[in-house]
Design a protein around this ligand. Sequence first.
Ligand code: G4P
Length: 190
Amino acid sequence: MKLLEDKIKNEGRVIGTEVLKVDNFLNHQVDPALMAAMGEEFARLFENDNIDKVLTVESSGIAPAVFTALALHVPMVFARKKKSLTLVDDNYTADVYSFTKQETNHIIVDKRFISAGERILLIDDFLANGQAVEGMLQIADAAGAEVVGVGIVIEKTFQKGRAILDEKGIRVESLARIAAFEDGQVIFVN
Ligand code: G4P
């Protein structure tokens, strides 16, 4: 998606060889016009897939997910993160290890908000090691829902997330695909 790639080129900051900071339009300050355009694009990509619900993980997945849900005319649910867990009975849960932050988050979805047979589209801001998506897959699986596909804002193709999802046969659509970071510059997949 050219609009997003231009935004990354103009406003993203490369940290070392693995991390892209995009906190001025996605991870902290949010550009609503860009989010709306991304939501339209995800909706276009999955328009024939009879999506019932969009699922993401707080916090940075929420903005793209809500605009996608708006464009698809379906609800959006975000998994909440908690460090510890007391009541599990009415929730689906999964552990998500963050390589970037080096911590494990417990992600939680209330059983009322995801149901057996629902067709789910997963949305997230980054696909890196794939842990967040794996956690959402576990939750959808526990609920008996069907994950129709995954929409990613920024995919780092050099990390293992894409390979994990390809192996599971899951459709992944990424709006920007990054091949590498070289000398502080972003190299996109052609
Ligand atoms: P994953 O996203 O594929 O699960 O991989 P990883 O474990 O590496 O990611 C952990 C967290 O770091 C996730 O956010 C993910 O979105 C974020 N992340 C991964 N790579 C980058 C990057 O290059 N730049 C930025 N800015 N973030 C990256 P999170 O812990 O869920 O945080 P948040 O959604 O609350 O912001």
